[in-house]
Design a protein around this ligand. Structure first.
Ligand code: NI
Length: 156
């Protein structure tokens, strides 16, 4: 088990556009294992590679204990609207309402480089958008339209 340090707002890794993954080797698998350990340890819903200082287009989502990996993700479709209160492991103790699509369809590669597509609604759709934005160097607080007091919401 290797829990990586989570970079916090102000760290330049969180402001960079990440590069695509091109090599699916043992080193990548070790990174994914460490990111999985880190996501579990932090009780987060999602974790993007730049949050652990790796400028690659990778994120993980914890869907109620089912942890899935998305490499070089692309958002294919968005529908509807929701107004969740979000947080982020890289922006501690800050929570706020953002506008997100209710439905997101995503294409990505798995840890072996195999392509897949997935549809999600609600929390996981929100999480796809939030994590995807990390890969382009954006944090959720840029999009908050109303900050709220911390109340134990899950971090992402
Ligand atoms: Ni985040």
């Amino acid at each position: 088990m290797a829990v990586l340090e989570i970079r916090k707002k102000g760290d330049e890794c969180l402001t960079k556009k990440c590069h695509a993954v091109t090599v699916f080797d043992r080193r990548l698998k070790l990174l994914l294992r460490d990111m999985r350990d880190t996501l579990i340890d932090s009780n987060g819903v999602g974790l993007a590679a730049p949050q652990v200082g790796i400028l690659r287009r990778i994120f993980l989502v914890n869907d109620d204990g089912d942890i899935r990996v998305y490499i070089n993700p692309q958002i294919l479709e968005r529908k509807g609207e929701q107004h969740p209160v979000e947080g982020c492991l890289s922006v501690p103790n800050v929570f706020g309402k953002v506008v997100r699509p209710m439905y997101v369809k995503i294409a990505a590669l798995d840890e072996n480089g195999e392509p897949f597509e997935e549809e999600a609604e609600g929390l996981i759709a929100e999480c796809f958008e939030h994590e995807y934005e990390h890969l382009d160097g954006h944090l959720f607080d840029e999009k908050v339209y109303e900050f709220v007091e911390p109340d134990g919401e899950d971090d992402e």
